[in-house]
Design a protein. Structure first.
Length: 511
């Protein structure tokens, strides 16, 4: 989910000059200026621990749905709102995060978001009814919805232009591993302890993270900026509009029918609200929650489009593959979750590769190649049957994870390089919103396709195999978006001295 490539050579003002990121200190070499120093790594470790905690909770409940249904005596249609409600709360909170970082500072908002998330977790673990659990998950989702964009924004601005690709590679580690480990951890906790510990486990982790943060996170340099007025009308239009689209896709996924009345009403409401936001954002005299003028920059726009479809691919894979293992192969939830692990760890390997090659090749190359690798890995699933070798499928799934991991860091870094530092928090919110909508679209498209194929196919496994073509299509579209990112395929070597006539890059905040 990133931006202007530190390694590419787009517009003159976005070419990467590592030697300019810290004007106060002389640069000795490009390698030195690109290095993530120990202080930055300590700060990143704390931030990413909270990020991993939030990402685990997006999927940890998936394997406990039946247990929750039995514990509260509620139908599955009601219990599914434990997950859907969390995602809707994330959708509502995300647009607010960019403004909040500008107004109160990244450190303050990170501490607030994590505290709110931990509070929601404790309340969820103590829930006495399904209604109370859904309510407390909403509180948890508001905190979780702010954690991801706040962490991205803080790391990107602290790293500076020359190190942003490596910082985004770090962020991609929990982004790829978290959603996959969630069902595994959830299965272990439900089987070994109690469903309540799917939520209560966040209490010790959250408290440790908060204590470490008080020691490692730098003080906010831009806290308390009263001139940063909240775009109230924009928030009223954007957050519900975003949530309505997510609700529409969620409803379509559960019913297998995008033309159901509930889905159509949600889509219509979401579209109207978002059109209203566009009109408002172009006319308002205050800074909008998402400045639409950022989309006038090709690097920013194509990075967002790429990550929109990356979200569709990743979420569709995470939805369809466990379902195939459980319904077509009759594997248990924990067994199915364990089979996803290769995707998570190879996704982390792909992110590391992307970070290490940031100064050699551009995001245009790594992102295009990553999505083509993902399409290649997915191709193996199009011919699956009820007895396909799971070892071969694990290798193929590992390829898909590696491709996604290779794509995300460079694309996110590209986006940040395409905008000035002051716009980074709001650019992050925009990127995360589109990535989330893409994820909801991916799940809905797969669910509808699968439902249709199950009704016409004589063999359930064949219906699953045919549905993977949708994921391949999303991967190819993402690759096409990545290939038109500005710049060449090979990064230009940064000059030893800053060019006098180009002016400084946006200031970074060294760790």
């Amino acid at each position: 989910m990133t931006r202007g490539t530190p390694e590419s050579s787009p517009a003159p003002d976005t070419t990467s000059e590592p030697s300019q990121t810290a004007p106060a200190a002389p640069e000795t070499s490009a390698a030195a200026s690109d290095k993530l120093d120990p202080a930055f790594m300590r700060m990143a470790a704390v931030l990413l621990l909270a990020l991993l905690m939030a990402l685990l909770d997006e999927t940890i409940v998936n394997v406990g749905v039946k247990t929750l249904s039995g514990a509260f005596g509620s139908p599955l249609a009601t219990v599914q709102w434990v997950t859907a409600g969390y995602l809707l709360a994330v959708a509502v909170a995300t647009p607010f995060a960019g403004w909040a970082v500008d107004r109160f500072g990244g450190r303050t908002m990170w501490l607030t978001a994590v505290s709110l998330f931990v509070l929601g977790s404790v309340l969820s673990g103590c829930a006495w009814s399904i209604e109370s659990l859904i309510l407390f998950r909403l509180i948890q989702g508001v905190g979780g919805g702010m954690i991801v964009p706040v962490v991205q924004s803080v790391l990107a601005t602290t790293a500076g232009p020359s190190r942003v690709a490596k910082a985004m590679a770090l962020i991609s580690l929990p982004l790829t591993v978290g959603p996959i480990l969630g069902p595994v951890l959830g299965g272990v906790l439900v089987d070994a302890v109690s469903w309540r510990w799917m939520f209560l486990i966040n209490l010790p982790i959250g408290l440790i993270t908060l204590l470490l943060a008080l020691r490692t996170l730098p003080a906010d340099q831009h806290a308390g900026r009263p001139e940063e007025r909240l775009d109230v009308l924009g928030l009223v239009l954007l957050s519900p509009g975003f949530a309505a689209l997510v609700y529409g896709f969620t409803t379509a996924a559960h019913s297998g029918d995008a033309s159901s009345p509930k889905a159509l009403v949600a889509f219509a409401a979401g579209a109207l609200l978002l059109v209203g936001y566009v009109v408002h954002a172009l006319r308002t005299s205050i800074t909008p929650l998402i400045d639409l003028r950022m989309f006038g920059k090709r690097g920013f726009t194509m990075a967002v489009v790429t990550m929109f479809f990356v979200g569709a691919v990743a979420n569709a894979l995470l939805f369809l593959t466990p379902l195939y293992y459980q319904q077509s192969r009759d594997f248990g939830a924990l067994h199915a979750g364990l089979l996803l692990i290769p995707s998570g760890f190879l996704g982390a390997a792909g992110a590391i590769t992307s970070g290490k090659t940031a100064n050699k090749v551009t995001a245009r190359l790594t992102s295009t190649a990553g999505m083509l690798v993902t399409a290649l890995g997915t191709l193996a699933f199009t011919g699956i049957g009820s007895d396909t070798n799971t070892a071969l499928l694990s290798v193929a799934l590992g390829l898909t994870g590696y491709g996604i991991g290779l794509t995300a860091p460079g694309t996110m870094a590209f986006m940040y390089k395409a905008v000035d530092e002051a716009s980074a928090p709001r650019a992050t919110s925009a990127l995360f919103i589109f990535n989330q909508i893409g994820g909801a679209l991916g799940i809905a498209a797969i669910a509808i396709t699968l439902q249709d194929r199950l009704g016409t196919s004589g063999h359930p496994a064949g219906a699953y195999g045919g549905s993977y073509w949708v994921i391949i299509a999303f991967s190819v579209i993402a690759a096409l978006a990545a290939v038109v990112l500005p710049g060449s395929f090979r990064a230009e070597a940064p000059p030893e001295q800053p060019a006098e006539d180009e002016g400084p890059l946006p200031e970074s905040t060294p760790a």
